[in-house]
Design a protein around this ligand. Structure first.
Ligand code: 4AD
Ligand code: MG
Length: 460
């Protein structure tokens, strides 16, 4: 007999008759003639109630099933007379697959997030983390669906690269040289003898690759892991995180903002409709205001605010920030959150940042002082998307590269696209984990990544 998932059984409207499910015991409660078992198979938040009759051959063994043990149950799916569940299974047979000892760390009480991080290999078995990682999976699907429905093509950008897209120098280097005794030339490490014949690193962004493909296939996106060696131990930065990067040919900054807004709304609505049970858990136990926040994200018109005006608003508030606000300085999380949570009370897109605080590829505006950048800010998380219109004019690009100290010879291929058939184009990067923080209300990025990588932490 084929195994069914509990999720499928709960969705059915009529009893399916004889079924087989396999999973892990959450609880067991014995009465005089029966044992009631809550079995969870990870397919959904809900458990299946199993009623084990004392007439079962191995009833004495069934009564030894502890929390965390694994079992296969076949029996009749029937309407449950008890409260709290639609169906239950009258077991005909319970096969014990393994018995977990009493030392199983996930006993019934609630554990702290900090403790669960120390057992990241077991935490997806809890209700909260099971729900978080099911939502992570659903959101990945929704991202592909959003783009596919709009005729975007999915590009696999390389993870090993020789360029620093963001120019922030926050890269993990990749080498096969003996770091204890590297070959040297004139006192410096001789990377000509390294695997790629030059310095290489893990990618910080797939954007440059996406641009090349947008200028060939029209509308494309990447969705993959990116790496940043930022030594900032904050609750919203990880050393390894996933980024979604659409890139659109024949698209200006306004078109870019339109897609970013449509994208965030689409994903929020998708999760509200498709992950009701899992989301309810977060609304109940993690963030009481979650549903209101999501309604707001899904239905409001996002504010579009030039950077200059954002700075003026922040200066006028009289609120004491940890970091002072000044034209020409990047906005900090506290500033971003103030704008979206307190001032406008909805998502805000800040655009036209000073070029001095932005990377080389952003399109220089006519004022020659700002660039066509845009950041989308949301409550509690702050910046969730960063994007821009790209500099499509070869000469402007050249002077920006000079200003930011990028050697032309390393980017000849990038510049080539501005020589041959260049067109206005735009794109952005969505931090996938930040999106997960937004839709679940989970406050720490470490808790939306299966096995988080942060400074001093690479266990599991
Ligand atoms: O603003 P960023 O640095 O933009 C880029 O990388 C562009 N190349 C994207 C593009 O235009 N194609 O990063 C984009 C987003 C941020 O808004 C943030 O949500 C997320 O990536 N992000 C991080 N998420 C987790 N941990 C980190 N260390 C992150 N750094 C950026
Ligand atoms: Mg950014």
């Amino acid at each position: 007999m084929k195994r069914t998932k509990i999720l499928r059984l709960l969705k059915s409207d009529s009893p399916a008759g004889r079924v087989l499910i396999k999973g892990w015991i959450r609880t067991r409660r014995d009465s005089k003639d029966f044992s009631f078992i809550e079995l969870n198979d990870g397919s959904c938040l809900k458990n299946m109630q199993i009623v084990a009759d004392s007439a079962l051959d191995n009833y004495e063994d069934v009564k030894k099933l502890t929390t965390g043990s694994a079992a296969a149950v076949s029996g009749e799916l029937i309407a449950s007379p008890g409260k709290g569940q639609k169906w239950e299974i009258r077991a005909h047979k319970i096969e014990i697959i393994s018995i977990a000892p009493e030392s199983y760390p996930l006993q019934k009480k609630r554990h702290t997030d900090e403790f669960l991080r120390t057992i990241a290999h077991l935490r997806p078995r809890t209700n909260k983390y099971g729900a978080a990682f099911r939502i992570r999976s659903e959101l990945s699907y929704a991202i592909h669906k959003f783009f596919r429905d709009r005729d975007f093509r999915y590009i696999h950008s390389p993870i090993l690269t020789g360029s620093d897209c963001e120019g922030a120098g926050e890269m993990f280097s990749v080498t096969t040289l003996d770091i204890g005794n590297p070959p040297k030339k004139e006192g410096n490490i001789d990377y000509a003898l390294d695997f790629f014949g030059r310095e290489a690193n893990l990618t910080v962004s797939g954007q440059l690759s996406a641009e090349m493909f947008a200028l060939a296939l029209g509308d494309v996106y990447t969705f993959g892991p990116t790496f940043r060696a930022e030594n900032s131990n904050t609750r919203r930065h990880a050393a390894e995180f996933w980024m979604v990067e659409p890139e659109m040919a024949f698209c200006d900054l306004t078109g870019n903002m339109d897609i970013a807004e449509e994208f965030i709304k689409y994903l929020t609505v998708y999760i509200m409709e498709e992950c009701k049970d899992d989301l309810e858990l977060f609304a109940k136990f993690v963030d009481k205001k979650l549903m209101r926040t999501l309604e707001n994200i899904a239905s409001s018109d996002y504010v579009r605010l030039p950077y200059r005006e954002a700075v003026e608003i922040l200066k006028r508030t009289g609120k004491k920030f940890e970091y002072a606000v000044d034209y020409g300085k990047d906005l900090q999380t506290e500033h971003e959150r103030y704008l979206t949570e307190h001032h406008f009370k909805k998502p805000v897109i800040v655009f036209d940042y000073p070029k001095t605080i932005k990377p080389f590829y952003m399109r220089v505006n006519d004022d020659n002082e700002t660039v066509g950048a845009m950041d989308l800010l949301v409550p509690s998380v702050g910046e969730i998307i960063g994007g821009s219109q790209r500099e499509e004019r070869l000469e402007s690009l050249r002077s920006r590269m000079k200003e930011t100290g990028l050697p032309e010879e390393d980017y000849w291929w990038y510049m080539d696209t501005r020589r041959f058939g260049t067109v206005p184009h735009s794109g952005f990067g969505l931090g996938f984990e930040r999106l997960l923080m937004l839709v679940t209300g989970i406050r720490n990025i470490r808790d939306v990544i299966p096995f988080p990588r942060t400074p001093n932490s690479i266990e599991f």
